[in-house]
Write a protein that binds this ligand. Structure first.
Ligand code: ADP
Ligand code: ASP
Ligand code: MG
Length: 594
């Protein structure tokens, strides 16, 4: 018998009428012969209301009590939903996270799922019940109630679909599906009928709030097709599936993280271990760091900037203050007036010139870029908060994301391919690795590249655009790009190219030096790019950290870093290529095996 998981978000259960309408959807699926598990969020804005209420009483409420409070929202919804199903003449049983047996770690307010027991749910389903599970919550070893982080009901839904071996996970929400960007921010956004897990992982973690990014980790790990659709209409919606089933657009979406903060650490020793010392205390607080850029050192010191979510800026500064002092460096006040705008697309990995198109469009809109980072399938730029919306619209328009014309009709006939992983395998795998434990697929060495840095160039709109346009004209394929930021008007731009195209790239850099006046061109003919790839690389802060630690212990200096949800890339000196690879393989041996 087939099984579907249907998740209903806050707006889709905001009042009794909507609860009844959601109940009817579940009953319909049940009538069609499916077993149905519903996952339900708190009604409407109930979670926000509870957060505000807590803040009125205590500025810094204890995290354990916060979870106790927030979990009540979902408890209300599941009970009402069970009553709704009963009123339609069908059997239903509501369960809290604890009653299902969703075991998590003890990181209150951002707990990760460790295991889920399926026995009780299966028994209830076999008895003909619709099972109604509270989203977003679990319990830890000591039976404390935990929550999975805001938006976490999506993660509950996909996790249940994975362990139950469901044929599909349907996410019912208040939009028709996945759009090229948040349609409430840009009304010209278009529906994307299919995105692949990797694209959605990036989009979700870069600000597309439609899905909790950890839910996509489950989808990818356990190959669960996710169908995002409207609870208000019967529109065909969007599918999040394996990349083989998508069109592989060059850019398939744009995302905005409005509230970022940039932290800059200046004049720390440019020696192995510095990066690890700075990021270890941040990772220990489970703060997710993004856009890490490092200046090429003039003398024997270097400066490092990175971004963190704005509301975690103060904590970040506090936890690294001592280390920075010990290292003899200085910590600039956090810049909390910045936003991150990103373009994501699977096709980008193979098509040259995507970055310079994006930079040119932004330059034409007179938007200055503070920091640039790229990885295989995304380009992110950091801009002034005041320019964020303009930047998003510019990028969205440049890649004609406002002109996609599908209504997703083709999804109506989508038949999910047989799951490669059976439910039994899932359970077995989970016993070995734990549900949200880190999964690493591969550790690779790319020993074919060279690095070029244009040091201390005046940072003004159009600079990156002209530079990378000229490079593209020479037919040179640029892999990693990092623009770091020295002070108000000065930037360093570092990028990597294939070693046999180094000369062409240097001649373009020399031309830029003449045109703009920079301090010097620095290059290294042989660098090694080490990549750790898997799932949830950025949100598992431990991967970047483990890599920095292992390299520091081996006395290997880190020259460039880029992180994404599916990969952590670290550039080291070419002479350290094989040693670097070996020490990462050793470090992650256990995760690689499982
Ligand atoms: P739910 O309560 O159903 O979980 P959310 O508010 O968490 O709903 O997510 C749906 C919202 O996500 C939409 O109303 C929309 O404003 C926002 N959103 C952000 N990015 C996107 C995107 N790329 N596509 C669709 N919706 C998006
Ligand atoms: N109710 C929780 C929240 O608002 C979880 C969810 O809706 O996904 O964040
Ligand atoms: Mg949500």
């Amino acid at each position: 018998m087939s099984l579907v998981v249907q998740k209903f978000g806050g707006t889709s259960v905001a009042n009794s009428e909507k609860i009844l309408s959601a109940a009817r959807k579940a009953v319909r699926a049940h009538q069609h012969g499916h077993q149905v598990v519903m996952v339900v969020s708190a009604m409407g804005k109930n979670t926000d209301t509870l957060v505000a209420l807590a803040a009125e009483i205590n500025e810094k409420p204890p995290a354990r009590e916060m979870d106790m409070l927030l979990s009540t929202g979902e408890q209300v919804s599941v009970a009402l939903m069970a009553m709704a199903i009963d009123s339609l003449g069908y059997k239903a049983v509501s369960l809290t996270g604890g009653q299902i047996g969703i075991k998590t770690d003890s990181s209150h307010t951002k707990a990760r799922i460790q295991s889920i027991s399926t026995d009780r749910m299966k028994e209830l389903l076999d008895e003909g019940n619709i099972v109604i599970a509270a989203g977003f919550q679990g319990i830890d070893e000591q039976f404390n109630i935990t929550t999975l982080g805001r938006g976490g009901s999506d993660t509950t839904a996909v996790a249940l679909a994975a362990v139950l071996g469901a044929d599909q996970c349907e996410i019912y929400t208040d939009v028709d599906g996945i759009y090229t960007t948040d349609p409430r921010v840009l009304p010209e956004a278009c529906l994307v009928p299919r995105v692949c897990y990797d694209e959605m992982l990036e989009l979700a973690s870069l600000g597309a709030g439609v899905m909790h990014s950890r839910s996509i980790e489950f989808g990818k790990k356990f190959n669960v097709p996710i169908h995002v659709r409207s609870s208000l209409s019967d529109a065909a919606g969007s599918l999040i599936v394996d990349d083989a089933d998508t069109a592989g657009l060059v850019v398939s979406g744009a995302a905005l993280t409005r509230d970022e903060a940039m932290i800059s650490v200046m004049d720390v020793p440019d020696v192995p271990g510095t990066i690890h010392k700075i990021f270890a205390p941040i990772a220990a607080k489970k703060i997710t760091v993004d856009m890490i850029v490092q200046n090429v050192s003039d003398d024997d010191t270097t400066s490092i900037s990175f971004t963190v979510p704005r509301d975690e800026a103060d904590e970040t500064v506090a936890v690294i203050a001592d280390v920075v002092k010990e290292l003899g460096g200085t910590l600039a006040p956090a810049n909390i007036d910045v936003s991150k705008v990103s373009a994501v697309g699977l096709g980008m990995a193979h098509e040259a010139g995507v970055a310079n198109r994006m930079f040119r469009a932004l330059a034409n809109a007179d938007i200055n870029l503070e920091i640039i980072t790229t990885s295989e399938i995304k380009i992110s730029v950091l801009v002034d908060r005041g320019n964020a919306l303009d930047a998003l619209r510019t990028i969205h328009g440049e890649f004609t994301l406002d002109k996609l014309e599908s209504d997703g009709k083709e999804n109506e006939s989508f038949v999910p391919a047989p799951r490669e992983i059976s439910a039994v395998d899932v359970i077995e795998r989970l016993q070995v690795i734990g549900m949200e434990a880190l999964t690493i697929d591969d550790i690779e060495l790319d020993d074919t590249q060279a690095r070029i840095t244009i040091c201390k160039i005046p940072n003004r709109p159009g600079l990156a655009a002209s530079l990378f346009e000229d490079i593209a004209k020479q037919g040179v394929f640029v892999d990693m790009i990092v623009q770091s930021f020295n002070n108000e008007q000065i930037a360093d731009i570092t990028f990597t190219v294939k070693r046999d195209q180094l000369q062409e790239a240097i001649s373009v850099a020399e031309k830029a030096k003449e045109t703009y006046g920079c301090e010097k061109i620095d290059y290294k003919e042989r660098i090694a790019k080490l990549s750790v790839s898997g799932i949830g690389m950025r949100s598992h802060t431990g991967v970047a950290m483990g890599s920095f630690e292992a390299l520091a212990e081996a006395g290997i200096n880190v020259e460039m870093i880029s992180t994404s949800e599916v990969r952590v890339n670290v550039v080291v000196d070419g002479d350290d290529a094989n040693r670097g690879l070996e020490c990462l393989q050793q470090k992650f041996a256990a995760e690689l095996e499982s």
